[in-house]
Design a protein around this ligand. Structure first.
Ligand SMILES: Nc1ncnc2c1ncn2[C@@H]1O[C@H](COP(=O)(O)OP(=O)(O)OP(=O)(O)O)[C@@H](O)[C@H]1O
Ligand SMILES: [Mg+2]
Length: 257
């Protein structure tokens, strides 16, 4: 049984088929790249997988459960976590507090309780703080544990988003353009972190990324979307040398070759 199976998934916005009859299978332990030009439907597909949006038609099965009609919260509890294209952090809270808030899914509290009952949670679950510190170490933010999130540079905020997503202990991590806006050093660091998460925690990763060079280094398999449809699937090298993919990217800024 595959970890994730999306079958003939469609999402229409009025007359626009943002995702059109897409089949996507992700096996446990993989790092899969999802690429394609701007507006291809990549973020929308992630939205359909984590439940931010409901499918117009089609079916999504995760760990043997038909999650097509599940709420985002229920999907999260089953093991799906997401890092959004734009940072979703509590800017006036510290780095550690953000990770603690992300851990609410591992407890019986809701997101509001995650904010208001942090101390209570820590008292009830003495291992929680240790796990949060481990996550901060994993993403290289130990030195900034008690800094306010708002004071972190962009690259560190992206790393913090990853730690927050991992705090729910997901089986499947959905990353939407984790490298956008990063300099070369930050990019290399994030790639190392994603590989480390996959290697040490066994977390399966589905990553949307415009940086094709990074996808080549990170993923064994990639899927290319264009105008909502799956164009090509295979090794990242096969994908970026495919004439249909080169054609799809022509006239965009991305360097696919
Ligand atoms: N909530 C929405 N309402 C209407 N149209 C939408 C909505 N979300 C996305 N779209 C449209 O659906 C298409 C796919 O958008 P999506 O954000 O999934 O693309 P993407 O591949 O993630 O692009 P990018 O690389 O720019 O992030 C686009 O034409 C977009 O304008
Ligand atoms: Mg997007």
């Amino acid at each position: 049984m595959s970890l994730l199976e999306a079958s003939q998934v469609c999402k229409n916005f009025g007359g626009l088929a943002a995702v059109n009859k897409v089949d996507l299978v992700v096996e446990e332990g993989e790092i899969v790249g999802l690429i394609g030009p701007n507006g291809a439907g990549k973020s929308t597909l992630l939205n359909l997988i984590d439940g931010t949006l409901r499918v117009s038609s089609g079916r999504i099965v995760f760990r043997g459960h038909d999650i097509t009609r599940y709420s985002p919260h229920r999907r999260a509890r089953l093991g799906i976590a997401r890092v959004f294209q734009k940072n979703a952090l509590f800017r006036s809270m510290t780095v550690l507090e953000n990770v603690l808030a992300g851990s609410y899914l591992r407890t019986d509290h809701g997101p509001l309780a995650a904010l208001t009952r942090t101390l209570d949670k820590v008292r009830k679950d003495p291992g929680l703080l240790d796990r949060c510190h481990e996550l901060l170490e994993l993403v290289g933010l130990t030195d900034r544990t008690h800094e306010l999130c708002v004071n972190l540079p962009h690259g560190s905020q992206r790393e913090l988003c990853v730690a927050v997503a991992l705090a729910s202990n997901p089986t499947l991590l959905l990353l939407d353009e984790p490298l956008t806006g990063m300099n070369a050093e930050e990019t290399a660091s994030m790639i190392r972190i994603i590989k480390e998460i996959n290697r040490t925690r066994g977390t399966t990763v589905l990553v949307v990324e415009h940086n094709v060079r990074a996808v080549l280094g990170l993923c064994a398999r990639a899927v290319v979307l264009n105008y909502g449809q799956k164009l090509v699937e295979g090794s990242p090298r096969e994908c970026v040398t495919d004439p249909a993919v080169i054609e799809a990217y022509l006239g965009t800024d991305a360097d696919v070759a």
